[in-house]
Design a protein around this ligand. Structure first.
Ligand code: SF4
Ligand code: SF4
Length: 228
């Protein structure tokens, strides 16, 4: 979500690059992931195995977690030894495989395992448009304890059939998104807005869907080696 205040509008993000590998090049795929990238081992066009690095606790690192969340896939296998030590593997079904291969196609222009890109959230605002922000109990408590109980009531929010509250959007823009691209409730913004990761797959998807900006140009907004 549009997290960066105007004074810090432009920030450098280094994200993993997706690359496809044939199964016989599995060791190269492992080395690519160990260098910071994401690998797709293509057993067939509709059966892809995704490879990631994981943290020392066995949990997915943030960019991997956001990538898997964006395709709603939560199952992976962690390998603790051998050449693949520290990596996780996830076999994906047809639709998810196609999505990963599209990410590989997008990233084919980026030569290294990581992609450095400069993002200006205030100029972008894509994730504050055409989105769905569900509020949790912490959000409601934060609003109320800071004198903005109105944000927890019908009007600024709406309730779905299951009882969950959502921020209201108008003309596909969050009603809290100001014309200048800043968030009117930045200090109180919902948990999901705080957690949103610039440069993650949901971020790239929002930019592509909302702004028609696809990160498939080598020098569009960043360099390829992690430098500015
Ligand atoms: S889509 Fe990404 S770059 Fe755009 S405002 Fe959201 S986090 Fe920032
Ligand atoms: S509350 Fe609305 S404007 Fe503010 S960060 Fe979240 S989606 Fe964006």
């Amino acid at each position: 979500m549009n997290e960066v205040p105007a004074a810090l509008a432009s920030s450098l993000v280094v994200r993993p690059v997706w690359r496809r590998f044939a199964p016989r090049f599995r060791e190269l795929a492992i080395a690519f992931v160990q260098a910071g990238g994401f690998a797709a081992v293509v057993h067939s066009e509709d059966r892809v195995e995704a490879l990631f690095m994981v943290g020392s606790d066995g949990a997915l690192l943030p960019f991997a977690a956001w990538a898997m969340a964006s395709i709603e896939h939560a199952e992976f296998t962690f390998h603790g030894d051998g050449s693949a030590a520290g990596l996780a593997f996830a076999f994906l079904d047809t639709d998810r495989s196609w999505t990963i291969l599209d990410w590989c196609e997008r990233d084919a222009v980026h030569p290294g395992p990581t992609r450095s890109m400069r993002l200006d959230c205030v100029a972008c605002t894509a994730c504050c448009q055409d989105a769905d922000v569900v509020l949790d109990a912490h959000d409601l408590e934060r609003f109320r304890s800071h004198g903005r109980g109105d944000l927890a009531e019908e009007g600024p929010v709406w309730r779905d059939a299951e009882g969950y509250l959502h921020l209201r959007f108008k003309a596909q823009r969050c009603e809290q998104l100001e014309p200048a691209g800043t968030c009117a409730i930045y200090a109180l913004r919902p948990s999901s807005c705080r957690a949103f990761l610039p440069g993650s797959e949901p971020c790239l998807a929002a930019r592509e869907d909302t702004l028609d900006v696809r990160d498939d140009t080598a020098d569009a907004n960043g360099s390829e080696d992690g430098s500015e």
